[in-house]
Design a protein around this ligand. Structure first.
Ligand SMILES: Cc1ncc(COP(=O)(O)O)c(C=O)c1O
Length: 511
């Protein structure tokens, strides 16, 4: 960001040496305006929190003031994978430990008897262990994160993959987003620096590339092939970019996918690794949905780290960053902003640079770090809290799997709508065939056709989804993304409302 701010100061009409002159005209209104602000910031688009959610917030406020004006009694936010916003219950053990870490008075000897009645012994022991390693949770920690927690993350990766992980290669972050932004900033240096991103993609990637003024190099996921990807498509995309003078240095892969919900087969992952190896491309594996797997027999999750390690010494130099988060899975602790990334085969000098950059913001927040510890090291079999932990996680998982199937069926039953079932993640991305009259009406309203449809859905049903154009889609196709996170007991109503709306929309614009 800083780099691009300096590089483009000229373009936005603010010469560095004239900055004080240009920015000091307080007499005539604000110094900081959309004209004087950095143009790259202005150019960023972020659909998940864009125009539709803003309208949804306004409708929510209107419902509180005067519900009689609207045809629905609540706004359902299906625009963002934020489970606890839609009443998903937090995991009890995690909150017990977090609260004990916060209120250390409870751990004093004189309160022990009382606390033992409220908290299980393993939650008390975990909080004590964490506090012993953290000190006060109000203090800055190591900028890579608390060493003890990074050790636990390394053990989690070893258990998951069956290959060694070094805590020194792990950086704790404020959600996965912060790590992803940091690594993209490290990789790119000018408008010719290219990073391959999928289409459709999660807009964190396009937005971050806009901010650093680097080139997104799109590769398309194949809707008819369950949103899989082929080496031929990757090759076409990289060749085209390089022919246009773009220095393609990295490839983002989101697995399981957002917004598309696919989970890649091991063979497909090998193919992608071979491609990156042959083309000298760093892999950024966004694996935040690794436990949201709904067809575990057919499509289990394979981490890129595990597959890479299994490919033998020829691939020992292949660089990989793998990202994970406390926001997803069955946990959904989005607001705590916990995450980490693991660096695999990264040059030690670059590791020092990442460390330096991490130090600028001092440390990731400690509540998020505690949540990373809990997510990667939950109660084990034999622990007092294990049965409750397992039952809570299983209940959420089974409900998510049922909701995923139910919503896909609901979409597939709509005229002109086709929807792949979710293999993973928290979203469905149905394709809608919009009538020509609706496309015409959208043009008149100066809106993308899928935005027009999604806005109409929001106004008629209170359901807020994100138009496909916010993620990118093949030209001439229209989609929207919806989470399947609304509470299960609301699902019949929710699907009924969507069916009614869709039919009336088609009736209105039928050719
Ligand atoms: C694919 C993907 N990556 C990264 C993130 C960021 O997650 P967080 O920063 O909350 O860890 C999200 C959030 O929805 C996501 O869907």
């Amino acid at each position: 960001m800083l780099r691009s701010l300096l590089r483009t100061t000229k373009a936005c009409g603010v010469q560095v040496n004239q900055r004080s002159v240009r920015l000091s005209s307080t007499k005539h209104g604000k110094v900081l305006t959309v004209e004087t602000m950095h143009p790259l910031v202005k150019s960023v688009e972020y659909a998940v929190r864009g125009a539709l959610p803003i309208r949804a917030e306004a409708l929510s406020a209107q419902l509180k003031k005067d519900p009689s004006k609207l045809n629905f009694d609540k706004v359902v936010f299906c625009n963002i994978g934020n489970p606890q916003q839609l009443n998903q219950k937090p995991i009890t053990f995690f909150r017990q430990v977090a609260s004990l870490c916060e209120n250390t008075e409870l751990l004093k000897a004189e309160n022990r008897e009382l606390v033992s009645k409220l908290y299980p012994a393993d939650a008390i022991a975990r909080a004590e262990l964490l506090l012993k390693n953290i000190g006060s949770i109000g203090a800055y920690t190591h900028s890579k994160g608390v060493p003890h927690i990074r050790e636990n993350v390394a053990k989690f990766i070893e258990r998951r993959d069956g290959y060694a992980a070094d805590p020194e290669n792990i950086f704790l972050t404020q959600g996965a987003s912060e790590g992803i932004q940091k690594i993209i900033q490290m990789l790119t240096h000018n408008t010719k620096s290219g990073i391959m991103i999928p289409i459709p993609q999660y807009p964190l990637y396009s937005a971050t590339l806009s901010l650093v003024d680097a080139a997104p190099v799109h590769y398309y996921l194949e809707e008819k092939e369950d949103w899989g990807l082929s080496r031929a498509e990757l090759q076409k995309s990289v060749d085209e970019a390089r022919n246009n003078g773009v220095n393609v240095c990295a490839l983002v892969i989101i697995n399981p996918g957002n917004p598309t919900g696919q989970c890649l087969s091991e063979e497909n992952i090998r193919e992608i690794i071979r491609f990156c190896h042959d083309e000298r491309i760093v892999i950024l594996a966004d694996e935040v949905y690794q436990t949201n797997i709904y067809q575990p027999e057919r499509r289990p999750f394979h981490s890129f780290k595990k597959v890479l390690q299994s490919m033998g010494p020829e691939f020992n130099e292949q660089e990989l960053f793998s990202f994970h988060s406390t926001s997803k899975g069955m946990i959904g602790e989005c607001g705590r902003r916990g995450g980490y990334f693991e660096c695999v085969n990264i040059d030690p000098a670059i590791m020092d640079q990442i460390n330096k950059i991490s130090s600028i913001s001092l440390c990731p927040n400690v509540h998020g770090q505690i949540m990373v510890d809990l997510v990667t090291n939950p109660p084990a079999e034999g622990d007092i809290s294990h049965a409750q932990y397992k039952s809570e996680v299983d209940t959420i998982y089974q409900s998510l799997a049922r909701r995923a199937t139910k919503l896909a069926h609901c979409f597939n039953a709509l005229e002109g709508v086709t929807c792949n079932e979710a293999e993973g993640a928290m979203y469905l991305f149905p394709k809608i065939d919009l009538p020509a009259k609706a496309i015409e009406a959208a043009k008149e309203a100066k809106m993308a056709p899928d935005m027009f449809y999604a806005l109409s859905m929001l106004d008629h049903t209170g359901v807020c989804v994100v138009p496909g154009s916010g993620f990118g889609q093949e030209a001439g196709t229209y989609h929207f993304r919806s989470t399947f996170l609304p509470e299960e007991h609301l699902f019949d109503d929710f699907c009924g409302g969507l069916e009614k709306f869709h039919k009336s929309f088609l009736d209105k614009y039928r050719d």
